[in-house]
Design a protein around this ligand. Structure first.
Ligand code: TXA
Ligand code: MG
Length: 317
């Protein structure tokens, strides 16, 4: 466990550290230091066209990183920052193009975690911080997950388990407000603040690579199964492989009932979301061959969960 002062000094020297946020842990570096930014892509094994979010110490800093800022940006920032909302704005000419994947836009947010807010205030500048996992893998929601991904390669500012457990909602304010990634702030809440519709289908010209690729996946196959097919599929698959089940129901009796783990998840979407990645990290370590996930309800409160499960899943064999 490192102190905030030690973390600040490391960042000032251009080194990377893992930081806690209310969403997931981030792999942070000084946004004004080219080699620190490059080191993030290298350590994460992330394609350089996949841009990074800049984390700010206070709202007034928006103007140092973006230009032509619409009033809607301040409207949203004042309500949701610090918090799990990332805004896409026009890039300030001084922002390193390595951060933005060569695009003319920039992603900004103020995270809501007491340690990281203090760190940002002491540091004073912007911190680029993608989720602290290797590219394509599950995001970390506690320090142990970061250690598992990077061992001793990064020091961690340990702020305990993340409150939300899923990445920030991303809204582009280039042109019409557009949702680029579902997160813990529902689109409707954002529409209520803006008093206008948020476009759900991203413009093909706006690149949010994380919104397109397979992502956020455990290393073993994950299959999404409808509730009424769960018992049948579980029984069939368990004849040839060891399976873990992640369900909203208490244990369902099947003919074989040969599970490594039957994990009952909370039926409240917020609690489910907070535990999802941690549970998948845990199941990824068992000796089972695959993970069956029961399809959650199709209501708005579950949209972000559906989105992440879709990306993590494969079609049934
Ligand atoms: O909750 C979060 O947002 C966490 C914490 C650490 O803040 N960070 C996070 O970062 O999830 P990352 O790098 O794993 O995901 C950032 C997403 C990517 O999908 C990326 O494509 C998108 O933000 N993004 C970044 N800059 C962008 C830009 N200029 N235009 C469009 N999308 C952008
Ligand atoms: Mg990520």
């Amino acid at each position: 466990m490192i102190s905030i002062e030690h973390a600040v000094s490391m960042l000032q020297q251009g080194k990377l550290i893992a930081i806690p946020t209310e969403t997931v842990y981030g792999l942070a570096g000084d946004a004004s230091n080219l080699s620190a930014v490059q080191a993030i892509y290298t350590l994460k094994q992330r394609p350089t066209e996949n841009p990074l979010i800049i984390h700010l110490p206070h709202i007034e800093a928006i103007g140092e990183w973006a230009i032509e800022i619409p009033p809607s940006a301040y409207q949203l920032a004042e309500i949701f920052w610090p918090g799990p909302l990332t805004l896409i704005l026009k890039r300030h000419p001084s922002v390193l193009k390595t951060i933005t994947g060569n695009q003319e836009t920039v992603a900004l947010r103020i995270p809501n975690h007491p340690l990281t807010l203090e760190l940002l205030k002491l540091f004073g500048g912007g911190l680029v911080a993608p989720s602290a996992n290797r590219y394509g893998q599950l995001s970390p929601t506690c320090a142990e997950h970061v250690r598992h991904a990077f061992q001793t390669q990064v020091e961690i500012l340990d702020g305990g388990p993340c409150e939300h457990g899923i990445e920030s909602t991303i809204i582009s304010l280039i042109g019409e407000p557009t949702l680029l990634r579902h997160g813990s702030i529902p689109t409707r809440t954002i529409e209520d603040v803006l008093n206008r519709k948020v476009i759900l289908t991203p413009d093909r010209n706006i690149k949010a690579p994380g919104a397109a690729d397979a992502h956020y996946a455990p290393s073993k196959p994950l299959y999404i199964i409808q509730t009424d097919a769960l018992v049948e599929v579980a029984a069939e698959l368990s004849q040839s492989q060891k399976i873990d089940v992640l369900s909203l129901q208490a244990f369902l009796k099947t003919q074989t009932s040969d599970f490594s783990t039957w994990k009952k998840m909370p039926s409240d979407p917020k609690q489910y979301t907070q535990q999802l990645y941690a549970t998948l990290h845990q199941l990824d370590k068992t000796d089972s061959d695959c993970i069956l996930v029961e399809l959650p309800p199709k209501t708005e409160a579950w949209l972000a969960v559906h989105d992440r499960l879709q990306r993590a899943s494969r079609p049934l064999p």
